[in-house]
Design a protein around this ligand. Structure first.
Ligand code: CDP
Length: 249
């Protein structure tokens, strides 16, 4: 987020380097139930981001001292593969992955009916296979589809997307160049049925008016992501039904 580049991030016609207008998100693809051995899973592409999420549980919580006798806890592990970025990333946990794991688990705890499973743990694994800015949002979007695919009771699913600012303009869903040379990045996640915000971060600076515009833009886009999440789950559900019917024949 250096704020300066010779690259033309938005041209005189308002077009961004990947051909989008200010209010357009990158192409999004969501698939539910992609891993056989997980209780639930999902694969998400948002532009060049490629993300896998796997869910296990509810199962006995380990380490045991984290058990809560009144409810389940959601544990999340966000991991960026060494090959996911152009300069090889040092493998393993770092401060950034700890932060993203924490905010993802907290966002999901708002929707999972944790009180149904005292002492249990619901474990969410997010693997970033290819990164191009916006991976925490893609990861959270995938994780909530994976939770629903695992059949975990939830009051809603959580879509996430970022808005930000580059070359003085408020833009939806910043790509890597816009994120690198822009002035602000604001990832958000919501509970669509109530429009509650369950994740909100801000890197960089914006005026109050720009911030309000960014939030409005991201919230609208979250509702579009939500529709794609539901479509993925419906496709998964009808594929299951077909498999069951074939097995019965
Ligand atoms: O991915 P997200 O926008 O949620 O988080 P970020 O910390 O703002 O990172 C923005 C982007 O920087 C990532 O999506 C990656 O493309 C890139 N990045 C990287 O190349 N190497 C890292 N160690 C971390 C991030």
């Amino acid at each position: 987020m250096s704020g300066h580049t010779d690259m033309v991030l938005v041209d005189e016609n308002g077009m961004r380097i990947d051909g989008r207008t200010a209010t357009e998100h990158r192409p999004i693809k969501i698939e539910a139930g992609v891993l056989k051995n997980a209780d639930g899973s999902a694969y998400v592409e948002i532009g060049k981001n490629k993300v896998l999420a796997a869910v296990y549980g509810p199962r006995e919580c380990h380490p045991r001292h984290l058990q809560d006798p009144t409810k389940a806890i959601v544990q999340c592990k966000y991991n960026m593969q060494a090959f996911s970025v152009s300069d090889r990333k040092r493998p393993g946990t770092d401060r950034r992955s700890i932060e993203i794991s924490k905010i993802t688990a907290e966002a999901l705890e708002n929707v999972v009916l944790t009180e149904l499973y005292p002492r249990a743990s619901i474990d969410v694994y997010i693997e970033i296979l290819q990164a191009n800015a916006g991976t925490r949002c893609a990861g959270l979007t995938a994780a909530s589809v994976a939770l629903a695919d695992a059949g975990i009771p939830m009051r809603d699913i959580v879509p996430a997307i970022a808005a930000g600012k580059a070359v003085g303009q408020v833009l939806l869903d910043l790509n890597k160049e816009e994120d690198n040379y822009g002035q602000a990045d604001v990832p958000i996640a919501i509970v669509p049925s109530t429009d509650e915000i369950v994740l909100l971060q801000m890197d960089g600076n914006m005026t109050r008016e720009e911030f309000d515009r960014a939030i409005g833009m991201a919230m609208n886009a979250c509702h579009e992501v939500y529709d794609l999440q539901k479509d993925a789950l419906k496709r998964r559900y009808s594929a299951n039904k077909t498999e069951e019917a074939e097995a019965d024949e």
